[in-house]
Design a protein around this ligand. Sequence first.
Ligand SMILES: Cc1cc2nc3c(=O)[nH]c(=O)nc-3n(C[C@H](O)[C@H](O)[C@H](O)COP(=O)(O)OP(=O)(O)OC[C@H]3O[C@@H](n4cnc5c(N)ncnc54)[C@H](O)[C@@H]3O)c2cc1C
Length: 301
Amino acid sequence: MINIDELTELCGELGCRITPECSLSEYVTFRFGGPCRALISINSAGSAASIIKYLNAHSIRYGIIGRGSNIIASDEGFDGVILLFGSDFALIEIEGDTIKCQAGALLASACVHAQQSGLTGMENLFGIPGTVGGALFMNAGAYGSEMKDIVVSAEYIDENCEIKKIDAADMRLSYRHSIFADSKCVVTSVTMKLKKGDPDAIKAAMTECMSKRSSKQPLEYPSAGSTFKRPEGSYASLLIDQCGLKGLTCGGAMVSEKHSGFVINKGYATCSDVLELCGKVQRIVKEKTGYVLELEPVILR
Ligand SMILES: Cc1cc2nc3c(=O)[nH]c(=O)nc-3n(C[C@H](O)[C@H](O)[C@H](O)COP(=O)(O)OP(=O)(O)OC[C@H]3O[C@@H](n4cnc5c(N)ncnc54)[C@H](O)[C@@H]3O)c2cc1C
């Protein structure tokens, strides 16, 4: 049982905003999902640690959301507390060629800060719509670059609610995966090392990335980006195309006609629609090509 009054008092002491009974659909880019018992907007690593300690002590489930751009939220919602790592925890600091971001900073803002400071190395990540914490958790990447290439260290809250530091070499960063996905550890800040570059050239590369995205991706519809991981030896979108699945629909969910690697929300999709459609795609692709497609977004339930 969650004692909302007690939790609200704790949040008040820590200066964190709390919203009881809110819909997950407002916090994920797919724009569906049921309610959670409460959502707390984190404002510091210390506050996050204190809140997690309280939740653990009271056996209350919690989940983490950054920008919610890689999450499939259940229609039934989440019977627990969501900790939002967003704009209340989004400081970006640059010193020399090093950029340190609080977990809730948007990756896009970090890219812009880097560009303005004449630092190169992040431009291919520009346009990935998430937070820096979420990007590290997923080892997000695009156009031949990934977080793994630039991260040097991170701070996180461990299972005992202590704030620790970890070097990139120990993060098990691989394709869309990190050590954080294997544990209950929560990323609080990320430090990345870039190189000196020409601000105009960096800006041009960022603009090019963005225009490639808007010409190829169905950005006009809610989605969680690429729905399936790239299977070894092929591409999910290529296989889906080859199987003639473009436009396949379940309820309000559809395989995008613009980019078949994206399942989109036509405006009234539910989590069940998306999971049913993904299941169909996975089954048909397996039958016709032998490839196994694995979901990339994380299911929050
Ligand atoms: C239009 C579109 C295009 C996309 N293009 C790309 C792309 O090119 N490349 C790519 O890699 N991805 C892409 N994505 C997917 C997504 O943007 C990335 O995975 C992004 O890094 C997720 O960040 P987030 O803050 O939104 O994380 P969320 O979606 O909020 O969370 C994802 C997972 O990370 C966990 N998490 C988030 N923050 C933390 C934290 N601080 N500590 C611990 N766990 C945390 C969550 O609990 C969840 O399990 C795209 C998505 C969309 C909608």
